[in-house]
Design a protein around this ligand. Structure first.
Ligand SMILES: Cc1cc2nc3c(=O)[nH]c(=O)nc-3n(C[C@H](O)[C@H](O)[C@H](O)COP(=O)(O)OP(=O)(O)OC[C@H]3O[C@@H](n4cnc5c(N)ncnc54)[C@H](O)[C@@H]3O)c2cc1C
Length: 800
């Protein structure tokens, strides 16, 4: 062990060794992994080693597919057997909704290029796994690239391959402390002190403590998890093939063959946290006592699904812990305010996800950005609020218990809520508001009459008529929407304008104006679809998606220039928007005279008793205003606007209506039409770029794209012949039987009375009038490329 390394990876589980391997393979040779005991001494040694493709986040599913393909490679490179049994795998559905969901999931996989899946009948499932009862099974999805690995062998293979690429590993050496230095980190270990530029927290069960060593409180907690290994099953002995890895979603179990018995793993609905503050340092190769009472219900289902279990004994019980984040996805990436401190933890399925995590983190460290859009596992998707222990317990517990329970797109889950509420929350609740949540904040979805209960559904919700009426209100009268759920950053100081010009690809707005401002990465991919306000006197705002707050903040701080004062005022400033033809009339009832803001104009004015900041912007395509006030004025602002609009048809509306209205205008939104995986030319964002600017982040790449052969895919609007269900995102788009793109988002346009989708499709098929088709909830529907903005294409309503 030397006294200086470029990178020190803390933790020798499957994740740490994968990070080490990817760094060394990519050319960073001066890298060291430190392991407290011996490799695998955390969760990794006792994992079931199962590998299967399903993940609700398509980007993470793609990284899982990468891991599965990598496994034979590391076996070859290291010469270490990983005991790979690529048996193929099945995911089973036992309810009609689940079966529909599985059919949709199958199509999503096609969209993201996972093409080794197929749908199977219960009878086929029974033939593929003869020891399984098909009672209650309605169908399943088969995937070729599923199976299991030997967990210790896999970790050793990553480690061995990393060493072959020049990396070093030191075992039996605990990291005791981390001290930030001018050039990186001082790593205090049992064997001595190391200076390094980068540290990676891959400490698995101990990630919390290794976070605290750097002053970082990570939203992660271990939970216990059971599996059993049966004695030899005579029926299995007779087979000349291995039964596939099988996930019985309604039974809460997964199963794989283990020699001539089976391993049955259980996602306990009655979950149990373990050492919420992190494992004890002395913990190593121990396990927890099995608790068969707690898992009795799932065990009964498992023994019914695999009846042979009723005739053989249990050879081994495993009740071990592994870590979860609040949404179950890993925590990966750089930590804002801690230069050189990287996370690769909370990896719930390390054998399945470890390769993708290692690849993405190594790319991030070496090139500044991962190749794929990994927002779904970016540590910055959680803010300080997620450090709360009760929040962590509730959300990780909810994720664990629901691991195999289906969550419908319109379903709202209760854990960790309500946490953050805008001041009008109680008044709005009394007015019938139904809430969703983003980044811990309650946001209005729609307003329903007392007693209304929304039914979870893959199809159009029973709130359809309510949302239709709210949409009509906006189009014909005026809707009031709580817009507290946006991020707002105040930028001042001598260097403010220069800095904004540097990070935004657009022209900056002149005084008293707002402007849509795309932000790009160095590689010319999208980094934000923000709005910049120039309030005059050197005060600027950047406004964006509330849930991207920390993600954007990290970017801003990383690209900061001298002379800039920058404040996140997202929780201090809240507001309401007025939207609809009567907006100006309502606003003028509470202002001192006419409101003379032009479209995209902004200014400070009296609104009733409040000194508010008002912008004339429109996400709905109607005449509209965004009115920003201090949090303490939120209740008053709402009351005054509702009173002012009483005779002008004002009604409160929620974001579900907004999503429908914006779709009718073909206005894209982040995480659908715009992501860090897409470029300005693909998404049409290029029209907001100021090509005359001498420099801005991402300029060279954006110019290269502009002057190149054009993007392979383009964003289009589709009119879909849907019936009872609309597209939601990632559905494949076809011409004949050739897949030519995928849906970015979709929904019903209540004004136009049609179903729409936005989609990225092959450029040669992006012309208006092109006939395509799209799968919606598993059923193929005709779709046609139409001109953008089916509602009011000239934008007259919002500019009036
Ligand atoms: C019962 C069970 C079944 C599972 N089945 C599967 C499955 O089928 N498929 C799958 O993909 N996943 C499965 N998992 C999950 C899998 O085990 C984890 O996702 C994976 O092991 C996480 O790996 P890791 O490297 O992040 O953490 P760990 O394996 O916990 O490794 C962290 C390492 O860091 C070391 N360390 C910690 N602190 C320090 C320090 N201060 N100094 C030096 N070293 C330190 C520890 O000693 C440890 O070796 C299962 C888990 C359990 C419990």
């Amino acid at each position: 062990m030397k006294s200086h390394y470029r990178v020190v990876v803390i933790g020798g589980g499957v994740v740490g060794t994968s990070v080490l391997y990817h760094l060394a393979k990519s050319g960073w040779k001066d890298v060291l992994l430190i392991e407290r005991k011996v490799l695998t001494a955390g969760s990794s040694w006792h994992a079931a080693g199962g590998i299967h493709a399903l993940n609700a986040d398509p980007n993470i599913a793609a990284l899982q597919a990468y891991t599965i393909d990598l496994l034979p490679e590391i076996e070859k490179e290291s010469g270490q057997s990983i005991g790979l049994h690529m048996t193929g795998g099945m995911t089973l559905a036992g309810t009609p909704d689940r079966w529909e969901w599985l059919q949709s999931a199958y199509r999503t996989f096609q969209s993201i290029g996972i093409d080794d899946c197929r749908l199977i009948t219960p009878e086929e499932a029974g033939e593929l796994c003869p020891i399984m009862s098909i009672n209650g099974i309605l169908g399943g999805m088969w995937a070729d690239r599923e199976g299991y690995v030997d967990t210790t062998g896999t970790v050793q293979a990553y480690a061995g391959a990393a060493k072959k690429h020049g990396a070093e590993i030191v075992e039996n050496n605990r990291v005791l402390a981390l001290n930030q230095t001018a050039n990186g980190w001082e790593v205090v270990t049992e064997m001595g002190i190391i200076q390094t530029e980068h540290v990676v927290n891959a400490a698995g069960l101990w990630a919390k403590q290794v976070g605290r060593m750097a002053g970082v409180e990570l939203p992660v907690s271990p939970l216990n998890h059971h599996y059993l290994i049966s004695d030899t099953i005579p029926e299995l002995e007779k087979l000349d093939f291995e039964v596939p890895m099988t996930v019985d979603l309604e039974g809460f179990t997964y199963m794989r063959q283990d020699q001539k018995g089976i391993l049955l793993g259980i996602y306990e609905v009655d979950h149990e946290h373990w050492m919420v503050d992190g494992a004890p340092w002395e913990y190593g190769f121990e396990l927890q006592q099995e608790d068969t009472d707690r898992i009795e219900k799932e065990l009964i289902l498992g023994f019914e699904r695999y009846p042979a279990l009723q005739n053989v004994g249990v050879k081994t019980w495993v009740n071990g812990a592994f870590t979860f984040s609040p949404d179950g996805n890993p925590l990966v990436g750089p930590v804002q305010g801690k230069p050189g401190y990287w996370c690769a933890c909370a990896v719930m399925a390390g054998f399945l996800q470890g390769g993708g995590v290692g690849k993405s983190l190594a790319e991030w460290m070496i090139h500044g950005e991962p190749e794929a859009d990994v927002f779904g596992m970016d540590v910055s998707r959680f803010g300080d609020f997620a450090q709360n222990k009760r929040f962590i317990k509730e959300t990780t517990g909810q994720f664990y218990s629901r691991r195999f329970i289906m969550t419908y797109p319109n379903e709202q889950l209760p854990a960790g809520r309500p946490l953050k509420m805008a001041p009008s929350y109680s008044d709005m609740t009394a007015a019938g508001c139904r809430w969703g949540t983003t980044y811990g904040l309650e946001v209005p979805l729609y307003f329903a009459p007392e007693g209304f209960v929304e039914k979870p559904s893959l199809r159009r919700s029973n709130s359809f008529d309510i949302v239709a009426e709210e949409s009509r209100t906006v189009r014909e009268d005026v809707g009031l929407l709580d817009i507290s759920g946006f991020s707002r950053f105040e930028v001042t100081g001598d260097g403010a304008e220069a800095w904004l010009n540097h990070i935004m690809a657009s022209k900056l707005p002149s005084t008293g104006r707002a402007r849509l401002a795309p932000m790009l990465s160095d590689e010319g991919k999208l980094k934000g679809d923000l709005t910049v306000f120039n309030w005059s006197a050197g005060t600027w705002w950047i406004m964006g998606s509330y849930y991207l707050r920390d993600w954007h903040k990290r970017w801003f701080v990383d690209h900061m220039l001298e002379g800039v004062d920058f404040r996140d005022v997202s929780d201090a400033i809240v507001g309401f928007s007025l939207s609809g033809p009567n907006s100006t009339k309502v606003l003028e009832c509470v202002t001192n005279g006419p409101v003379n803001l032009p479209f995209m104009g902004c200014g400070t004015m009296d609104v009733g008793l409040i000194r508010a900041k008002v912008g004339r912007l429109s996400v709905t395509g109607e005449l509209g205003y965004e009115i920003h006030c201090n949090a303490v004025e939120h209740i008053g602002l709402r009351k005054q606007l509702l009173a002012a609009g009483a005779d002008l048809g004002i009604k409160e509306v929620g974001f579900n209506a907004l999503l429908s209205l914006r779709l009718e205008k073909s206005f894209g939104i982040w995480n659908a039409e715009f992501t860090q995986g897409y470029t300005p030319a693909e998404t049409g964002m290029g029209r907001w770029i100021d090509w005359t600017k001498d420099s801005f982040v991402g300029r060279d790449a954006a110019i290269a794209e502009r002057d190149g052969n054009g993007p392979a895919k383009r964003l289009v609007t589709l009119e879909v012949s849907a019936d009872g269900a609309d597209a939601s995102g990632y559905e494949p788009v076809w011409t004949g039987d050739k897949m030519v793109g995928f849906v970015t988002s979709g929904g019903y346009g209540h004004t136009m009375g049609k179903s729409y989708a936005m989609a990225l499709v092959d450029t040669e098929l992006a012309a208006e009038g092109t006939d395509l088709s799209v799968h919606i909830v598993g059923v193929e529907r005709a779709a046609k490329v139409i001109a953008p903005s089916p509602y009011d294409p000239t934008g007259k309503a919002m500019r009036n």
